[in-house]
Design a protein around this ligand. Structure first.
Ligand code: SF4
Ligand code: FE
Length: 484
């Protein structure tokens, strides 16, 4: 059963006993709760599309370990073609969901672990590589969704990890070592898709130094393990999903990502689940490789959502009767140029990928970081242009309840019409724009473009480090005939 159906996926979640809180209350039925359903629908798409022949080439791959057809989100990349298909798949999924579809984290993390575990074993004689390989084969065979947990809450960034000036639990760490495993305590912030995943993989948040061994811990655990609690992140306009017959006002009633503060309160991790345990010098490599893959991913997923934003803006230009105005055409052209630049950078960082010592392929880190740094800017400009085209009615339009009201519905239907379009369809397009710019999808498009896969300064540090300034100085000296 290497490919599950979406029904089997939902049934597998139903069997889990997870602790998920929203607004201070335990979510009694995580499958049916309207707050979590859009996240689940995105993940269901990843199953349905893998079984649809028209998407097979991008959505599936053949496992090099078992020879079975697997979901590409659990693939270990064998060549640059795999890396290119990954970005194309992410654009496709962004177009389908107009939000964060959440399943890429394990693809990016698994490839980082695969190569890093190999190098840890080389240096330390450990057996993490075989252990990780077995784990990813299990994920492929059982078609599991695995959330990835990187970011620690950190508290004050002025204090180093393990400082006794603040609560040491602000960084996930080992609090007890036993013969058969370790006990960990701490939390991981804004964990994408955790509320609808089977398992979670945790890793250190940053490079570590000797003396910080207890923080150099990476492992996998089922998300219903004893001691794990998820607290769902608040999103703008999120409780519209709880309104009766919630539809138009939600903007995107089917899909959307969900993040959770994920707490590990004295969780026992058995030895066989551990992929890093005290090898501090490899924490940085693991983080850097994961971040590199994920920064490349943003050239795909954000471009897909950008396509929907451009589509919504074009539709509103048509509905507003402004489609033929030259400044509108110019704005739509600029949105497209910016969006395709992001995609080009994602594809380029894939095409320039190279094999690691373990044999899987790594993206070009410099270009992947440039890709993500562009993502911290262009979606903001795309949204600005979308809002410009949509008009102020995007944020002042009456509600769906008013549209359907006996008292004022006739007014809304009379005064909200556009060019050859009734008030309802115009409102639907406006609410979609609102959702992408300011609503629940803004988490996955606007602000995630800034901070997801690392904030802009993290990319600048990598770009500075990999910019090759000395090599470029030599190029200049040769042309200018400078002899030192
Ligand atoms: Fe995938 Fe993009 Fe969401 Fe990351 S932000 S999980 S790459 S959709
Ligand atoms: Fe993300």
């Amino acid at each position: 059963m290497a490919l599950m159906t979406s029904q089997e996926y939902v049934e597998s979640l139903r069997k889990m006993n997870r602790r998920i809180y929203f607004q201070g209350k335990l979510i009694e039925d995580p499958i049916e709760d309207p707050m979590l359903a859009p996240s689940r629908h995105c993940l269901e798409e990843t199953y349905d599309m893998a079984l649809d022949p028209q998407f097979e080439d991008l959505m599936t791959a053949t496992s090099q370990f078992t020879g079975e057809k697997i979901n590409r989100f659990n693939n270990i990349h064998r060549d640059t073609e795999d890396l290119i298909k990954k970005v194309k798949l992410q654009r496709l999924m962004g177009q389908r969901t107009a939000g964060c579809f959440q399943r890429c984290v394990i693809m990016d993390m698994a490839n980082a672990f695969y190569s890093t575990c190999y190098e840890i074993d080389e240096a330390h004689g450990t057996d993490y590589f075989e252990r990780f390989k077995e784990y990813i084969i299990k994920c492929q065979r059982e078609d599991l969704i695995v959330a990835g947990a990187l970011t620690d809450p950190k508290g004050s960034r002025a204090y180093p990890i393990g400082s006794d000036q603040q609560d040491e639990d602000l960084y996930l760490h080992v609090v007890e070592r036993r013969e058969d495993g370790v006990v960990v305590r701490g939390a991981k912030a804004h964990i994408t898709g955790a509320t609808n995943a089977h398992e979670i993989v945790a890793l250190p948040t940053q490079a570590l130094k000797p003396g910080q061994e207890d923080y150099a811990i990476a492992f996998h655990m089922p998300l219903d393990a004893e001691g794990i609690t998820m607290i769902v992140g608040r999103q703008s306009c999120d409780t519209r999903k709880y309104e009766e017959d919630a539809d138009i006002d939600v903007g995107n009633r089917t899909y959307g990502g969900v993040e959770a503060l994920t707490v590990f309160d004295n969780v026992f991790v058995p030895n066989e689940n551990i992929f890093l345990n005290g090898e501090t010098e490899f924490a940085g490599m693991l983080v850097e490789r994961f971040a590199g893959y994920h920064r490349n991913s943003y050239g795909g997923c954000k471009t897909g959502v950008g396509d929907v934003a451009i589509g919504a803006a074009s539709l509103l230009a048509q509905y507003n009767g402004t489609e033929k105005a030259s400044h509108i055409k110019d704005k739509l052209t600029e949105m497209t140029q910016l969006n395709e630049q992001l995609f080009a950078c994602g594809i380029a960082s894939s095409a320039l990928g190279a094999p690691t010592k373990a044999g899987n392929y790594m993206v070009d880190l410099l270009v992947a970081n440039v890709c993500k740094l562009n993502v911290t800017r262009y979606p903001y400009e795309i949204v600005r242009l979308m809002e410009d085209i949509a008009g102020g009615i995007m944020v002042t339009a009456p509600s769906e309840a008013d549209l359907k009201s006996d008292a004022v519905g006739a007014y809304v239907r009379k005064y909200l019409v556009g060019q050859d379009v009734d008030a309802e369809n115009r409102l639907r397009a406006l609410r979609l724009c609102e959702n992408i710019a300011l609503g629940t999808a803004a988490v996955g498009y606007r602000t995630e473009s800034m901070h997801g896969a690392g904030s802009p300064e993290a990319q600048k540090i990598m770009i500075r480090r990999m910019g090759g300034f000395d090599v470029k100085k030599d190029l200049a000296k040769r042309i200018a005939h400078i002899v030192d």
